[in-house]
Each structure stands twice: as C-alpha cells, then as structure tokens.
Design a binder for this molecule. Structure first.
Ligand SMILES: O=C(O)C(=O)C[C@]1(C(=O)O)C=C[C@@H](O)C=C1
Length: 272
C-alpha cells in the first residue's frame, strides 16, 4: 500500500503523514522560508542539547559516529524516504511503514553536501559549543551530534526547494546563466541580502532567549547562557547560509542546463 500525500508537509516532520493537504501551493518562497525560520529553533535547541556534554574528542575518531542508533530507528519509520532528509550513514534498513508518495517538486538530482557538513561540524562547530574535556557521556554526546547534524543537513539541503522556487520565478534568466555555467552570476541572482540580515538579527535574539537558564527573574537579562549567542550567529554566517547557497547554485546550474525550452515556456506561463 502507498500512502497518499498531496503536498509536501512543510511544518510537520516530513516522514510523518502530512497535515498540509489543503495548501494549494506549498512551494512559494514565503512558505519555504517559514520552514527555514522554524528550523532555526530546531538547530538552536539541538546545539543547546549537545552543549550540556563535554566535547569528548575520542568519539570523533574515524568510525565512531557511524552507529546505527537513532539513524537506524528513524529509517524504519521512513524518515529518509522524505525528499528533504539525507542520512549520514549507509546502507539503511528498509522502513516498516508503507511508503509515502510525496508530491514531486524538485528535479532529479544527487546533490548531497553531508560530507562537508560532517567535516565542519566535527572540526568547527562542536569544538565551539562544548567544553574541551572528557565526561564519559559518549553515547549521549553522539546521539545529540546526530540530531544537530540531521537538523543542519535538512536546513542546508532545503536550499534545493528554495532554488526550485526561484527557478520557477525566473526560468529564462536562470537557464541563460546556467547555459554559460556562470556560478557567480547565479549566486548573485539568488542572493537576498535583506533576508540574510534579518535572519541573523532574528537568530541573535533567539539564541539569547532560548539559551537562558531563566534562573533570574527578568527575561533577557540572564547572565548564564547555555550556548554563546555569537557562536550561533557565526555558525549561520560562516557555514549554514554559505552551504545553503552552494546547494542552491549547484541545483540551479543542473536545473537550468537540463531544462528544455518547452518546459521553460510552460513554467513561465504558470508563474507569469
Ligand atoms: O531565503 C532565501 O531566498 C534563500 O535563498 C535562503 C538564504 C538562507 O540561507 O537563509 C540564502 C540565500 C539568500 O541570500 C537568503 C537566504
């Protein structure tokens, strides 16, 4: 049996059934951006969860993170059949739930930057948020690592959906630039500096509020933050946004080069 899902659920977890069957077009830029905003919360809380444990350097020796704990379990409930979930381990066990038929939005592609995310996470992120000592909480630390990695991966690969939406808004222009393999021009065209600035300001406020222990009466005044605000903002500035844009450029190059003139005309008619 194949379960039906008319639209890609954007707010609930995608490997569950959709609550969003009544949304006409779940792929407008505004809707997609609202998912990115919600994922900010997921990422900040995942980092806070990880930061309660020490760095425990030894768990990052080759092979240590390749365990079948949460990844295996979530695979069984079809997490990685969802078009915005990319597993860090393989091979994956077969899901025990029937497959969901997701509405096709993305063009076929095999863009996957999980190796880069893993490298950056291990060498530049977890080292910033955790105290550098060993507290023996290896299992808990690794479990929280998987949560952080999976949330970051989902956010960054969401760039494909954003890119497809942008492509449909300006198909001729993206096809032309992709035809010239002009990555820089595509990068400029997809960049929205106002959105990025607002995002970083919002993130600063969220990290400040979510990171508080609330052991002081007045909100916003707590001196005990569970994670440094600057680390969260820099994480986005240095890694999350640039990697999302890299995914977007990769996707748009492939998308534009493969699109036929007939397809471009049809898209332009749908989204004048
Ligand atoms: O919201 C968009 O338009 C995106 O492409 C996403 C994003 C981001 O990573 O947050 C990336 C590029 C834009 O400059 C703005 C924001």
């Amino acid at each position: 049996m194949v379960a039906e899902s008319n639209s890609l659920p954007l707010v609930s977890n995608l490997w569950n059934m959709s609550n969003f069957t009544d949304i006409d077009d779940p792929f407008t830029l505004d809707r997609l951006r609202s998912t990115l905003i919600r994922l900010e919360d997921t990422i900040i809380f995942a980092l806070i969860e990880r930061a309660q444990f020490a760095l425990n350097r030894s768990i990052y020796n080759t092979g240590s993170l390749e365990f079948d704990g949460p990844t295996g379990g979530k695979t069984r409930v079809r997490r990685y059949t969802s078009p915005d979930e990319y597993a860090f381990t393989s091979p994956l066990p077969e899901p025990i739930l029937p497959p969901v038929k997701f509405k096709q939005f993305l063009a076929d592609n095999d863009i996957n930057v999980n190796d880069k995310i893993m490298d950056i996470y291990v060498n530049s992120i977890v080292t910033e948020i955790c105290d550098d000592h060993d507290d023996d909480n290896y299992g808990s630390s690794a479990t929280k690592d998987i949560d952080c990695l999976q949330a970051l991966s989902r956010r960054i690969h969401y760039g494909k959906f954003i890119a497809e939406s942008k492509f449909r808004d300006a198909p001729h222009e993206y096809k032309r630039l992709a035809g010239m393999n002009d990555r820089d021009a595509i990068y400029e065209l997809l960049t929205n500096r106002t959105v990025e600035k607002k995002l970083l300001e919002r993130l600063r406020r969220k990290a400040l509020v979510y990171g508080q222990t609330l052991d002081q009466a007045e909100e916003g005044k707590s001196t005990h933050l569970r994670i440094p605000v600057q680390v969260v903002v820099e994480l986005y500035e240095r890694w999350v946004i640039p990697l999302t844009k890299e995914v977007e450029v990769d996707y748009l190059i492939e998308r534009g080069q493969k699109a036929t003139d007939e397809e471009i005309a049809a898209i332009a008619q749908q989204r004048p």
